[in-house]
Design a protein. Structure first.
Length: 214
């Protein structure tokens, strides 16, 4: 492997087809698809989906975070729902599947790095309450704890909540939310979410959180 290609892929191991093609072409390689297939056979590339790969350097062990993979498998998207709630310490159970929201159609990817699922969210709600999280491997987009809880409740089907009492029971008993983590919630985000979504469930969530904050 050309040294300049190796150096680049060590730094940016999550790589798409267009980037690999340009790297190989610029360094004099021909028969690009054959070369990519050879790299896969040698264990240098793992395919996540068509046109997206992870490079495994034979010299440097590089770990790729699931969060960064999630943002790149389907875009635009951000991590939310169960995975984000656990990440923020709102719910106690660890979550293996990385759950995300996208403005595109719902989709699930099964990869060697785990399962990544995406639920559709309306464009009007997409940007509200998002955070850019920094890691050693780069930045990724995730719902803040307020947004993650709103997303989870808003997307839960078959649950009729018609009072503050019912909402409190739902978040405590069904979602198993750590109530101590709700005291410092940014209520403005929840209120805005309720206004945009026109969801009665989120309105009741806002009222419950407002009572907790008193």
């Amino acid at each position: 492997m050309n040294q300049s290609i190796e150096k680049y892929l060590q730094k940016y191991p999550l790589v798409d087809y267009a980037t690999i093609k340009n790297l190989l072409t610029e360094n004099g390689y021909k028969y690009i698809n054959d070369k990519i297939q050879y790299m896969k056979q040698q264990g240098l590339l793992t395919s996540l989906k068509k046109g997206l790969y992870i490079y495994h350097s034979p010299y440097v062990k590089t770990l790729i975070s699931k969060e960064i993979i999630a943002n790149n498998l389907l875009g635009p998207s951000y991590i939310s729902y169960e995975y984000a709630l656990y990440y923020h310490g709102i719910t106690p159970e660890s979550v293996r599947e990385v759950t995300s929201a996208t403005t595109k159609r719902a989709k699930t990817f099964s990869t060697p790095y785990g399962t990544f699922s995406y639920k559709h969210i309306d464009k009007t709600l997409f940007a509200l309450g998002l955070e850019i999280v920094s890691s050693k491997q780069g930045n990724f987009m995730m719902a803040g704890k307020e947004k993650a809880l709103c997303d989870k409740i808003f997307s839960t089907k078959g649950v009729k909540i018609s009072s503050k009492k019912a909402m409190l029971a739902f978040i405590e008993e069904d979602l198993r939310v750590d109530m101590d983590e709700l005291f410092d919630f940014d209520l403005d985000i929840v209120k805005k979410y309720a206004e945009i979504s026109k969801s009665k469930k989120i309105e009741f969530l806002y009222k419950v959180l407002k009572d907790i904050a008193r």
